[in-house]
Design a protein around this ligand. Structure first.
Ligand code: C2O
Ligand code: CU
Ligand code: CU
Length: 484
């Protein structure tokens, strides 16, 4: 399709076009004027049947849809071995068992995910349930999905996706920020409360979201739905694949005021080796890494550069009495002692060896499951993701940030620690973690170790876990695990 994004020539995009059968109970909405979407709305317990038809114009573009965050059987999860060729179809049929929350879907063909997402393929999967209904959060037009992505355009307004080796290694960074597919988005709003569902749908850019005014953010949900209580944060870190929901209260904002949501600067996510004490670049080997990082996509702001995300303009007075509930939905906490390996966490080590991102020293092999990648059905496990430094690797001696995503369901984060020598960068972001809720993707900074608890239930079979920097994923920073 062609969609107008910038003034002038429309942009050629790939997009999910939904056709809903008559009498279908699922609500499917477009994100207006966008290549993104649709938004599929379902209730917990609802059975869905979705036929994916690969009509991509390029005969090399195999594809498959992954329902990110949902607890589906392996065959319904969009594992890369289930890809279909252009002209073929794949039928999904599963019951949604997840709690209410903001999930999403995107392609998952091995080696081609990054390009397909850049071209526009991504949508939202919003689940609601009676427990959430009972809270009475803002709904309808006051429940706003916001998908943040970065893109680079050529002189003819077409998307640029450079698959040069440097982009492949470090990840794509775009020159412009798009929200719901639009640049410089300004939302007009009323003096009342809103629910914002924010997805970082970027390939590799990480955001440190904050109000420009210094007002704190009120967080009500993470990847797997509502928190127990609203939390405030000075800023929120949002890595690719992660979602956060905000309660945005505009009741006391004078009319005709404009608020700005920005991404604040941070320096620890990559090229840590090149940063001096002051955060300035120094020269030598690390400096070279920094230059490589900047070379990967022309004039794109580097990772951690300050950015404007969107603006909200309060234009109408509205009398509305919705108040922020003091409690949301209880979360049953996993107990570490209940894990089958409570004292011997399953170690997931991230590293770079000879220009190849690896997990436990391995790269992705389509149907391979190593002996240490098998878990038992109906167990709770403690996993420890270790973002190692890469001594001797010229390209990335100190490592970079990796958002690690596990298919099959949601987990709980129980502990984070960081190497003393990389603490400075971590300090710049750590207050923006929201580890209190259900998660399916976790940002792991250079030198950081994250412990999480995940229960494996209902289905046996093979799922993947991977880095959600889509260039890393495509380059093989992904492995299978099997539930037996
Ligand atoms: Cu959102 Cu396997 O990815
Ligand atoms: Cu996923
Ligand atoms: Cu990565």
């Amino acid at each position: 399709a062609e969609v107008p994004i910038l003034p002038g020539t429309p942009t050629r995009v790939w997009t999910y076009q939904a056709q809903v059968n008559a009498g279908d109970p699922a609500a499917v909405q477009p994100i207006p004027d966008s290549y993104l979407g649709p938004i599929i709305r379902v209730r917990t317990g609802q059975k869905v049947r979705i036929t994916f038809e690969n009509k991509l114009p390029d005969p090399r573009q195999d594809s498959i849809i992954h329902w990110h965050g949902l607890h589906t059987p392996p065959a319904m999860d969009g594992h890369p071995h289930t890809v279909v060729r252009p002209g073929e179809r794949y039928v999904y049929e599963f019951t949604v068992t997840d709690r209410a929350g903001t999930y999403w879907f995107h392609p998952h063909p091995h080696g081609q995910t990054a390009q397909q997402v850049i071209m526009g393929l991504a949508g939202l999967f919003v689940v609601s349930d009676p427990a959430e209904d009972a809270i009475g959060l803002p709904g309808g037009e006051y429940d706003l999905p916001l998908v943040i992505q970065d893109r680079t355009f050529d002189a003819d307004n077409q998307f640029v996706y450079d698959s040069d080796p440097m982009t492949r290694l470090m990840g794509f960074l775009g020159e412009r920020i798009l929200v719901n597919g639009r640049p410089d988005l300004t939302i007009t709003a009323a003096t009342r409360a809103y629910r914002w569902r924010i997805l970082n749908g970027s390939n590799s850019r990480i955001y440190k979201l904050a109000w420009d005014s210094g007002m704190p953010l009120t967080v009500i949900a993470t990847d797997g739905g509502l928190l127990e209580h609203p939390l405030t944060r000075p800023f929120v870190m949002l890595a690719p694949g992660e979602r956060i929901e905000l309660w945005v209260d505009l009741r006391d904002i004078p009319r005709d005021t404009t608020l700005k949501l920005v991404s604040q600067p941070f320096s620890g996510a990559e090229g840590v080796g090149m940063m001096g004490e002051s955060g300035n670049m120094d020269h030598g080997m690390g400096g070279m890494h920094g230059q490589m990082g900047m070379m990967r996509s022309g004039n794109a702001p580097p990772l951690g550069a300050p950015l404007d995300i969107l603006q909200v303009r309060v234009t109408r007075q509205e009398q509305e009495t919705l108040v922020l509930p003091a409690s949301l939905i209880p979360i049953q906490r996993h107990r570490r002692e209940a894990a089958v390996n409570a004292t011997t966490p399953r170690r997931i080590a991230l590293s770079l060896r000879g220009m190849e991102w690896q997990i436990n020293g391995k790269t992705f092999v389509m149907d391979e499951v190593a002996p240490d990648e098998i878990v038992r059905l109906n167990t709770l496990e403690l996993w420890e993701i270790v973002n190692e430094t890469n001594p001797g690797e010229m390209m990335d001696p100190m490592g970079m940030a990796h958002p690690i995503h596990i298919h099959g369901g949601q987990f709980q984060i129980v502990q984070r620690t960081v190497l003393p020598e990389l603490r400075a960068g971590w300090e710049e972001v750590k207050d923006g973690y929201v580890d209190e809720g259900w998660k399916d993707t976790v940002l792991v900074m250079p030198g950081e170790r994250v412990q999480l608890l995940m229960a494996f239930r209902d289905y046996t079979g093979m799922y993947v876990y991977h880095c959600h920097n889509l260039e890393h994923e495509d380059a093989g920073m992904m492995r299978n695990y099997r539930i037996e």
